[in-house]
Design a protein around this ligand. Structure first.
Ligand SMILES: [Fe+2]
Ligand SMILES: [Fe+2]
Length: 236
């Protein structure tokens, strides 16, 4: 147990683990993973980091839905154009991009591995339900409807249904589904998927596509007066 060879081996392991921890701090998990695999290829953003960034955009769109819902309930000015543009972003970025990637590249792998199958089933059903609610929201924006109090109240209820479901949905994905993803995919495929997600983002939204989407969301926030982050800080 304490012979010199074992001592040397344990010291070697200690130095190696220390070196890896140091590398982790400097390089981030994807690059360390590559280093551990003896690969030179690196992924700037892992697929789960990418998906979580996209959840950040979704959460900001939910804040826009919150504000529109409050305006409708309180009878304040509620700019339909802002809501229309927010719905456009929900469709293009969340429903036809983020969710499609989850369904095609994550849900299929969990189902194939027989892991978190019940959760994946609920998440998939919520994607379908979300798209249906988006259609209901769009229908309420027809001017003849948007001008009626009863229709506006119904629209506020749809907005609330959407935000309530997606806050729970994204939180469950962030804390349960995404952390488990590495258990159903090889390290090599995990890294390759990061590159694929990046390539898809460029193809669909252009160079710096994510940043451009964030600018569009920020513009909608500014038009509603909810852009300044400090306004969300409670007064002492
Ligand atoms: Fe999802
Ligand atoms: Fe998601």
């Amino acid at each position: 147990m304490n012979n010199p060879i074992n001592q040397r081996e344990s010291r070697r392991r200690f130095i190696k683990s220390g070196a890896l921890l140091g590398a982790a701090a400097l390089l981030g998990p994807a690059r360390v993973l590559a280093a551990e695999q003896g690969e030179t290829k690196t992924a700037e953003v892992t697929p789960t980091e990418d998906l979580m960034k996209e959840h950040g955009v979704l959460r900001r769109l939910l804040l826009i839905y919150d504000d529109m819902g409050t305006r409708l309930k309180e009878g304040r000015e509620a700019p339909a154009e802002v809501l229309k543009e927010a719905i456009g972003l929900i469709r293009r970025f969340v429903e036809y991009y983020h969710e499609k990637d989850e369904e095609e590249y994550l849900f299929t792998r969990f189902n194939k591995a027989g892991k978190l199958v019940d959760l994946v089933q609920v998440l998939y059903a919520q994607h379908q339900a979300g798209r249906q609610v988006t259609t209901r929201i769009e229908e309420k924006l027809i001017p003849a409807r948007f001008s009626q109090a009863a229709e506006r109240a119904q629209l506020a209820a749809y907005l609330r249904a959407y935000t309530r479901m997606y806050r729970a949905h994204a939180a469950r994905e962030d804390t349960v589904l995404y952390p488990a993803f590495r258990s159903v995919i090889s390290p090599r495929d995990f890294m390759a998927l990061g590159d694929l997600f990046e390539a898809k983002e460029v193809k669909l939204f252009g160079k710096d596509g994510f940043e451009k989407i964030v600018i569009q969301v920020a513009d909608l926030e500014k038009r509603l007066g909810i852009y300044e982050l400090a306004q969300f800080t409670p007064k002492a």
